[in-house]
Design a protein around this ligand. Structure first.
Ligand code: BGC
Length: 377
């Protein structure tokens, strides 16, 4: 009798601790991130691998809110800029950590022609259209595909962009899978389909600082970009159509160079961009996943490699940051305190017949994969 009471007690204790573990597990992988002004609750999902790399992502804008990565001594830091609260993201953000669409980067004058029809898009960047318009994919609430997601590992987000949204033709169904892999990668797999010919160019807009978000300037980070050419721009940052060799210019990152080494050179393209804000024409074959860039921060030892299937990479050195955004931990993000490596097709492709096409036809599937892989030296 004694023995059976003891074993029942042990069984109950074990059962209770198992349930509480599960509860803890689920509250650790999904928690409320607040409500949008129209009352929609959005969530924060935590993805983590066995090495302790951890991403926290909200389904508002598909934003990566934090990304914890270990340095060479094994100490984790958050390497992406962002805010502590949903309301700050809603109020004013320079696209911190967001998913960008329907078209990442600029479309000149917010106009393009497709199938003999002229489409007029929302204009939100001087005379041009930027990052999907006034309410791009960075400002919508994405649905979470619970069946396809793997708690703690992969978060699958979906969104249907309606025909005419921000001026684009066609109902576009978009799916984005974020994963934290056992190889210390943040992997992003995009796909989309449409019911009418449209243009699509999806990307991700994290601002990285490998020494830790809010720790200061990124000018000492060393950067390698595997690209022999880039797309020079006009004063509105619209490509002129030229693919220019980087050789002999401050745009040459084919050998690893500090971001700040030449950023203030009197090179007209740097003056137009206020620093680096250009698209590099990647050497790797378009359509296959391969290395596009590598960034190294020597005090932490952190290395970030960017692999992609895309033909282009926008390197933006955070030139428009000016201390007005108060980020996580009440830190003001100063000029060039984060940099973006946005994988994509070249800007203004819908108006540049010689650039790889961004047109998506009904019956076809748009796919794109990008990996941010972390290691230390
Ligand atoms: C662009 C910058 C722009 C920034 C917005 C980048 O992708 O290249 O010109 O200012 O996004 O925060």
């Amino acid at each position: 009798m004694k023995t059976s009471i003891a074993s029942i007690t042990i069984f109950l204790i074990l059962a209770a601790s198992f349930t509480s573990c599960n509860k803890q597990e689920s509250s650790m992988t999904k928690q409320s991130f607040g409500k949008t002004p129209d009352g929609t609750e959005v969530f924060l999902y935590t993805l983590r691998n066995k090495n302790g790399m951890e991403a926290r992502i909200t389904n508002y804008g598909g934003i990566v809110v934090s990304l914890m990565v270990k340095d060479r001594s094994g100490n984790p830091s958050d390497v992406v800029l962002g805010f502590d609260s949903l309301s700050s993201y809603i109020k004013d953000t320079p696209y911190f950590g967001a998913l960008i669409g329907r078209y990442g980067n600029r479309i000149g004058k917010g106009e393009f022609q497709l199938g003999g029809v002229k489409y007029t898009l929302a204009v939100n960047n001087g005379a041009n259209h930027l990052h999907g318009g006034l309410k791009g994919f960075d400002k919508v609430v994405w649905s979470v595909d619970d069946k396809a997601s793997v708690p703690g590992e992969t978060l699958v987000l979906t969104y249907v962009s309606r025909d005419g949204e921000e001026g684009y033709p066609g109902n576009l169904s978009v799916r984005v899978a974020y994963s934290v892999t056992s190889n210390n990668e943040l992997k992003i797999e995009y796909s989309a389909s449409t019911d009418k010919a449209t243009v699509v160019n999806l990307t991700h807009h994290s601002y990285f600082n490998l020494a830790g978000a809010g720790s200061g300037s990124i000018l000492d980070h060393e950067l390698f970009i595997d690209a022999a050419r880039f797309t020079p721009v006009d004063s509105g940052l619209i490509p002129t159509g030229e693919l220019r060799n980087v050789g002999g210019t401050p745009m040459d990152f084919t050998t690893q160079t500090a971001i700040g080494a030449r950023i203030n050179d009197s090179y007209e393209q740097l003056q137009k961009g206020g620093g680096y804000d250009h698209n590099w024409v990647l050497n790797k074959p378009f359509g296959t996943l391969g290395l596009a860039a590598r960034a190294y921060e020597k005090t932490s030892g952190r290395i970030m490699e960017v692999l992609t299937t895309e033909p282009g990479l926008q390197f933006y050195s955070g030139n428009f940051l000016n201390g007005t955004h108060v980020g996580k931990g009440a830190v003001k993000y100063q000029h060039r305190s984060g940099f973006c490596l946005e994988t994509q097709h070249y800007p203004d492709s819908p108006n540049k017949p010689d650039f790889p096409t961004t047109v998506l036809e009904p019956g076809k599937t748009y796919t794109s994969t990008t990996v941010y892989r972390f290691s230390v030296k």
